[in-house]
Design a protein around this ligand. Structure first.
Ligand SMILES: Cc1cc2nc3c(=O)[nH]c(=O)nc-3n(C[C@H](O)[C@H](O)[C@H](O)COP(=O)(O)OP(=O)(O)OC[C@H]3O[C@@H](n4cnc5c(N)ncnc54)[C@H](O)[C@@H]3O)c2cc1C
Length: 246
């Protein structure tokens, strides 16, 4: 049984394939750490707009990271992006309605920003929907004015897939404690192109021995980034924290 039953209070289109889904907390406290996730459960056939095929259950459950911060007490927000072969994420992005009810259990996960033991620098490295928990951490550091320099490295295939672009840019322009680099892997543009590499990490200007790294994205992406950090840049594994979306 989910420990919260929350209603969709807002839906924000972030790109052609992604939405922020906000679930109203209506005064209920929900305590979590920036970076953690919840299990969301819902009846995909309840509104009659979506059909579950292949004998699968109409009640489906998936993990989603919070992209909102613990300071946001009006709603819990998740950032959902459809995948190439999507099912529940397709429902969230293309069928979910305002007022619909979602069962929420959690929070879960060891991938979170530990303010107390954090290094002076943090590098958030994500791809696609992997920005979701990193956004929670970035917003948290910004809103609480924590003395942590934060660099966000965010990879997408195309420019219109960059999620939360304006907010990330605005946080970076607010103070010298924040910076970011977006890179595209399938399109040329005025900015950086290609997969996240050693030069982009070194280019942050951070003292890497005084930096914690937070990685989030597909299994291949996280594996590649972990290899880059630990093998090419000799970063101690303990300072590389990972969330894998599989
Ligand atoms: C800790 C964690 C946190 C995560 N956080 C996020 C997050 O913040 N944001 C995010 O976007 N993702 C997140 N994910 C990933 C997310 O939980 C899902 O795994 C992802 O969205 C894919 O789920 P899906 O149901 O769309 O696809 P799958 O579970 O892979 O299902 C796809 C399959 O369903 C079939 N299918 C398609 N339509 C139908 C239908 N109508 N009826 C029956 N079958 C159908 C397809 O043909 C395909 O075979 C997270 C994962 C983890 C582990």
């Amino acid at each position: 049984m989910p420990n919260y039953v929350l209603k969709v209070s807002e839906l924000v289109q972030l790109s052609p394939t992604a939405k922020a889904v906000r679930l109203g907390l209506d005064g209920k406290p929900f305590i979590f750490q920036p970076g953690q996730f919840v299990m969301m459960e819902l009846d995909l056939e309840k509104t009659g707009r979506f059909k579950v095929k292949g004998g699968k259950s109409k009640i489906q459950k998936r993990p989603f990271s919070m992209s909102s911060t613990p300071l946001q007490q009006k709603y819990l927000e998740v950032t959902v992006k459809t995948t190439e072969d999507s099912f529940v994420s397709d429902y969230f992005v293309n069928y979910l309605q305002l007022g619909e009810v979602v069962g929420v259990t959690g929070p879960f996960g060891k991938f979170f920003l530990d303010e107390k033991s954090a290094k002076p620098n943090i590098m958030l490295i994500g791809a696609g929907s992997g920005i979701s928990p990193l956004m929670s951490m970035l917003r948290h550091i910004y809103q609480k004015n924590l003395k942590i320099r934060t660099h966000t490295l965010y990879s997408n295939r195309t420019e219109n897939e960059i999620l939360w672009r304006k907010e990330i840019e605005s946080i970076s322009s607010s103070s010298k404690n924040f910076s970011h680099e977006f890179t595209l892997t399938r399109e040329s543009w005025k900015g950086t192109t290609g997969r996240i590499n050693k030069d982009m990490i070194v280019g942050s200007g951070f003292n890497l021995s005084e930096t914690d790294f937070y990685l989030c994205g597909s299994p291949d992406f996280v594996k590649m980034m972990e290899k880059l950090l630990t093998e090419e840049l000799n970063i101690n594994n303990e300072r590389v924290k990972k969330e894998v979306y599989n």
